[in-house]
Design a protein around this ligand. Structure first.
Ligand code: ACO
Length: 383
């Protein structure tokens, strides 16, 4: 440096355009071992976390791991989430009357942004922490938007019910089966947190500016929405529909790959082997559907897609990611494809808000550098 001026020759090199292998934070929340295909969440292997907890318990475990004070128990989270769902239902008419959103995920983005980072005295929500308000609201908003799209009126929450059960009930206006509640809990626990993915990093960047928990959640949702992150399951189902028949599997896949398309539900920045979450969902969907025709077809497409990808991209280790069986599982639960990313967000808010807690404790603004590759005034002068 000469004084405050960075010389051209001193510009730092870009590590990697996608920040691959850059460690951006320390976290006690989750760890992704992409080589071993292992995911640890709040100190548990993800397969064991699913056995140990319903979604409320997993959220409580994440918040405890993030140092939330007072440390919440599963029962306390269940009770506060029920109240948060009730409070959120009061905002539904205002959300629905705006009619600006095209998709459920866009509607969720609008609905969450209607929550205050710091609610005023008159809102009746002051005693519910922002992380729980966001979680409760996401389920109520998603269910209401799905029903409205189908021309039905929203169903009020039952604050005494479990979160997954109440979501399915608000969605359908009838009680779900125990197997369905178990499958949705397994899904939500499994996806509650996943290392420094794009949306979690976004949440941490926003938290580092001290903008507040709700703002961090809204920003994270915007990052999640893209098809390279949480927006893939809808296109997975479109792909299965478009392939349609067994005879069409191989020619369709070959044509798409040759044309440079990315097959949705395959590949991951970190996992170089099969995403362990795909196995949890594969099991859950098999129990739920008794391995029906759709599941068998999805498995056949998976096997053929892996074979085709390995032949076409021999230098890359591309395997099934969790979005593939997410799509099949949530379809079996009757969740429309337009709402799948919102249901993902309903669960991931537990992780995002835990990361917000961690980041707020760190207290330092995240502010990386860029490498300037534009013109320099002195070059212009010399020309
Ligand atoms: N289909 C076809 N080709 C693929 C796929 C895929 N699904 N994934 C990677 N490739 C190819 C790329 O085209 C590239 O080939 P090239 O070198 O010949 O250009 C090579 O494999 C490496 O690709 P990268 O983009 O470097 O891999 P990256 O690690 O950045 O990609 C990503 C990860 C974005 C998830 C990618 O695999 C992808 O686009 N998958 C499809 C979308 C998807 O399923 N998203 C959900 C991810 S899971 C989640 O976020 C919860």
């Amino acid at each position: 440096m000469s004084g405050n001026v960075t010389l051209k020759s001193e510009m730092p090199a870009v590590t990697a355009s996608g920040l691959d292998n850059v460690v951006a934070a320390e976290t006690a929340l989750s760890h992704v071992d992409g080589e071993a295909g292992r995911l640890i969440v709040a100190g548990y292997d993800v397969e064991d976390l699913v056995k140990a907890y319903d979604f409320e318990g997993a959220a409580a475990a994440l918040w405890r791991a993030a140092g939330c004070e007072p440390a919440p128990s599963e029962g306390e989270v269940r009770e506060a989430l029920g109240r948060a769902r009730e409070a959120a239902f009061g905002d539904i008419p205002a959300l629905l009357s705006s009619k600006r959103h095209q998709t459920v995920t866009e509607g969720l983005r609008t609905g969450l942004s209607m929550l205050a980072d710091e609610p005023g005295e008159d809102t009746g929500e002051r005693d519910i922490p922002a992380h729980i308000r966001a979680l409760g609201a996401a389920a109520v908003i998603t269910a209401a938007l799905v029903r409205t799209q189908a021309g039905k009126s929203p169903v009020a929450p039952d604050p005494r019910a479990g979160h997954a059960e109440d979501f399915l009930r608000m969605l359908r206006d009838e009680a779900p089966s125990a197997a369905e509640v178990e499958a949705l809990n397994a899904y939500m626990v499994t996806v509650a947190d996943h290392g420094m993915n794009a949306s979690t990093f976004t949440a941490r960047v926003i938290a580092s500016t001290r903008a507040g928990t709700i703002s961090a959640v809204v920003g994270a949702l915007c990052a999640l929405k893209g098809p390279l992150h949480g927006g893939a399951p809808g296109p997975v189902l479109d792909m299965l529909d478009e392939i349609g028949t067994r005879e069409n599997i191989e020619p369709w896949l070959e044509r798409e790959i040759a044309g440079g398309a990315r097959l949705m539900g395959f590949g991951h920045r970190v996992y170089r082997v099969r995403d362990p979450r795909a196995d949890v969902f594969n099991k859950a969907v098999t129990i739920l559907t008794n391995g029906n025709e759709r599941v068998r077809f999805a498995r056949e497409v998976e096997v053929a897609a892996l074979k085709a990808l390995r032949a076409a991209k021999p230098g890359h280790r591309i395997d099934t990611n969790m979005e593939y069986y997410t799509a099949v599982l949530l379809e079996a639960l009757g969740i429309p494809r337009d709402a799948v990313t919102s249901v993902f967000a309903m669960a991931r808010i537990a992780g995002w808000t835990a990361h917000v807690m961690e980041q707020e404790r760190v207290g330092r603004l995240i502010r990386p550098q860029s490498r300037y590759v534009g013109g320099w005034p002195e070059d212009e002068a010399a020309a």
